[in-house]
Design a protein around this ligand. Structure first.
Ligand SMILES: O=C(O)CCC(=O)C(=O)O
Ligand SMILES: [Fe+2]
Length: 387
């Protein structure tokens, strides 16, 4: 539990009110893969539950999902119509990038980020090292692997790791106890990836603040920027003999502020586009990073930026690796709508202040239902009038 006496709030929050449009949740939200707070990397458990995807000739019942492809657009990446995933180019200049980011975060909750200036060599090395890790023999790589989420009725077609960047050297000594060259190469690639993503996160935060017309509020921005916490996922979705029956990662929203996803050129990430609801595949764009808005950013922006349901599908031909980098607040920080966030016509905060751990408790309780945890911290008009 967190000590409320040390809890601080980003802003005071008076309200912005307008009915929050509840996202139609198609599936449940995972308690663990998207939460830095619930990562279980228990070595014995991971080894005991290891499933050998490479040997699988078919998708067993334990991994067979139904109702996965119930939407109009499940097919190939869409590149040139209304369902083309928006692109934000940081080379376009602050104002244009902020405009594009605002539109994308409002309408989609995610976008492709290009012109971000991150050294391609850092990204390639991180990806190559992740691929080397996944190529290790099962007993070795399983020692630091995440255990499959048991809350789901079925297992996903994926394996992976969850760690905070500061813990990478401790965590991966379990895979490489001799701390030899492979270990050092891996760790330094992850540390460089962390440094690059953190600094990009700080730059994107400035773009978002401009997008929200908050560029003048340097103090709040600084407070958020200086306390950002981060978590890395390494996800591997092996090629699958029957991709229609399997899911790489079930539909969920990320719980923190925002996520950068480095994906190999093999596409697989889908964003839920709303009204009418349909899944849109994000194209595998070399050099681009995918940005996904999370629930606590949805709260911070009073629902103006939209936390997007997303999922990963698998395919028959190729393995796919993704490396999400999650940014969020520290555990003791209360997150509340920013008072002046140009709240889409709202003049009241529609969410109450929560810390990340408090929010995760609510999310976990709702797991398996179709109710979004955001609705549980939604403030009714009466309640906000009283406060
Ligand atoms: O693999 C992907 O592209 C998505 C991963 C993801 O959404 C997550 O780890 O939360
Ligand atoms: Fe996610």
């Amino acid at each position: 539990m967190c000590d409320m006496s040390t809890t601080t709030t980003y802003t005071s929050h008076t309200a912005c009110a307008e009915e929050f449009m509840q996202i139609k949740t198609l599936s449940t939200m995972p308690p663990s893969p998207t939460s830095p707070l619930a990562a279980d990397t228990n070595a014995a458990a991971a080894s005991a539950t290891y499933f050998d995807f490479r040997a699988a000739q078919r998708v067993p019942e334990s991994h067979a999902w139904t109702g996965l492809h119930e939407h109009e657009k499940d097919a190939a990446p869409v590149v040139n119509d209304d369902d083309a995933v928006p692109v934000v180019d940081m080379r376009d200049g602050d104002a244009a990038a902020a405009d594009a980011a605002a539109r994308a975060a409002e309408e989609w909750g995610g976008f492709l980020l290009v012109g971000h200036g991150v050294d391609g060599e850092v990204l390639e090395r991180a990806e190559a090292q992740a691929a080397r890790l996944f190529a290790l023999p099962a007993p070795e790589k399983a020692r630091a692997a995440r255990t499959p989420a048991t809350a789901y009725p079925k297992r996903m077609w994926a394996e992976g790791y969850t760690f905070t960047p500061a813990a990478v050297r401790d965590e991966f000594r379990r895979v490489w106890p001799d701390a030899g060259d492979d270990y050092h190469r891996f760790c330094s690639a992850m540390e460089d990836y962390d440094a690059a993503m953190r600094s990009l996160g700080e730059r994107l935060l400035a773009v978002f603040f401009k997008a929200l017309d908050l560029a003048g509020d340097g103090e709040t921005e600084r407070k958020i920027r200086d306390t950002l916490t981060s978590t890395i996922h390494l996800n591997m979705y092996p090629k699958c003999p029957d991709p229609e029956r399997a899911v790489g990662l079930a539909a969920h929203t990320d719980s923190g502020f925002f996520t950068f996803i480095l994906q190999s050129p093999v596409p697989g990430l889908q964003l839920l586009r709303r009204r009418p609801d349909r899944w849109v595949t994000v194209p595998g764009t070399p050099g681009a990073l995918i940005v996904v808005v999370g629930d606590l950013f949805h709260v911070l922006t009073n629902g103006r930026f939209h936390s997007v349901l997303h999922r990963a599908i698998v395919n028959r031909e190729s393995d796919r690796i993704s490396m999400p980098y999650f940014l969020g607040p520290p555990a003791n920080m209360k997150v509340a709508p920013l008072m002046s966030a140009g709240c889409l016509g709202r003049n009241k905060a529609v969410y109450r202040a929560v810390t990340w751990p408090e929010y995760m408790v609510i999310r976990d309780k709702l797991f398996g239902t179709s109710v979004s945890a955001l609705t549980m911290i939604h403030v009714t008009e009466e309640a906000s009038e009283e406060s």
